[in-house]
Ligand binder design. Structure first.
Ligand SMILES: NC(=O)c1ccc[n+]([C@@H]2O[C@H](COP(=O)([O-])OP(=O)(O)OC[C@H]3O[C@@H](n4cnc5c(N)ncnc54)[C@H](OP(=O)(O)O)[C@@H]3O)[C@@H](O)[C@H]2O)c1
Length: 311
């Protein structure tokens, strides 16, 4: 089968579109024929070797940890899926990924794809959607009427976070640049702050939840807008616990794992019309270098999808 693998860490030149062995499944796994995958910043961070202490790979490794496709084989112990099911997943990043024509995935990391959207759209949801859900629902436990600030409302995680927060009745404020303002408003944000013309820290206060998708100076400036006992949740770097204590607020860092129950919740929201995927760009799998170039630019709108094969 065709796959995009790396044989060593490095820049985009190490991405190889090549023949790779067909994966085989264990009794608890399903084999998925990949229709679409999507690109996340973690893909090029892994490619560069930034996560090698945390996740040591034996090379070559297939990148990509988002998929929508069709089950073509089920292990002996698999009970939830049958051949022919349309499914989606964010599989374990410690294993070969989804930039490939086929991928073997543990049954408990897979969910049925939402019925109302295409495979390309479904492939854009798992990693970013689980992340937004874990940060806002599981960790911050947002509730109706709370003021939630979402940084980078136009990004892969941000576009879903805005909609998930709205679906819980929160008052949503998001940051983005002027060119993406209309998009973020169309996702339901109550206020959109253009970070190129306004400093959010000067115009906001009394925020219940800040969702930090950017880290660095943005994380640092975010403390000051929180109300007492509010929470700063980051997916980029662990916020200082000392600082949180000093300011009488809470903080958390989220790094996601595969999670089929959350995928099932995302499917419900999609089917209820409360969550729509935003795809900023689509590429064929062989054009992976272009896709990584765009992701590394930091200017992605919504998600980058890779189309791989027919259902
Ligand atoms: N811990 C975890 O489990 C986990 C999971 C998923 C993602 N992440 C991390 O979370 C980060 C975000 O991921 P992502 O997929 O959402 O990234 P992304 O899609 O690449 O984010 C791009 C977006 O960021 C916006 N942006 C850039 N600078 C900004 C600023 N200063 N203020 C407001 N918006 C800004 C851009 O909008 P403009 O073009 O308008 O600037 C663009 O739309 C990445 O570092 C990723 O690795 C972590």
């Amino acid at each position: 089968m065709k796959a995009v693998r790396i044989h060593e860490y490095g820049n985009r030149n190490v991405l190889a579109f090549e023949d790779a062995p067909m994966p085989s499944i264990t009794s608890s796994e399903v084999l998925v024929k990949v229709v679409a995958a999507s690109v996340n910043p973690v893909d090029w961070k892994i490619r560069e070797g930034y996560l090698k202490e945390m996740v040591p790979y034996s090379m070559p490794v297939t990148l990509g940890w988002d998929v929508s496709g069709v089950v073509t084989e089920v292990g002996f112990d698999v009970t939830r899926f049958s051949v022919g099911d349309s499914v989606y997943s964010r599989p374990d990043i410690k294993r070969n990924g989804t930039y490939a024509e086929y991928v073997a995935i543990q049954e408990n990391e897979v969910a049925l794809k939402p019925l109302t959207i295409s495979h390309n759209e479904a492939a854009s949801l798992p990693l970013a959607g689980i992340t937004a859900w874990e940060a806002l629902i599981t960790t911050a436990q947002i509730s109706a009427g709370q003021k939630v600030l979402i940084h980078a409302g136009s990004g892969g995680v941000g576009t879903l976070a805005v909609q998930i927060a709205k679906s819980r009745g929160a008052y949503v404020i998001a940051t983005t640049s002027g060119k993406n303002k209309a998009l973020v408003e169309s996702l339901g944000a109550d206020e959109v702050i253009d970070y190129q013309t306004h400093n959010f820290a000067e115009v906001l206060s009394n925020i219940d939840v800040v969702f930090d998708t950017l880290g660095g100076d943005i994380q640092e400036s975010s403390w000051s807008v929180l109300k007492q006992d509010g929470i700063l949740v980051s997916i980029v770097s662990p916020p200082s616990e000392e600082k949180a204590k000093e300011l009488n607020v809470r903080s958390a860092f989220v790094f996601i794992e595969p999670n089929a129950p959350i995928l099932e919740e995302l499917s419900k929201l999609v089917e209820q019309g409360k969550l729509r995927p935003v795809i900023g760009a689509e590429f064929a799998l062989k054009d992976i270098v272009k896709a990584h170039t765009l992701s590394e630019s930091g200017r992605t709108v919504g998600k980058i999808v890779l189309y791989v094969g027919q259902p």
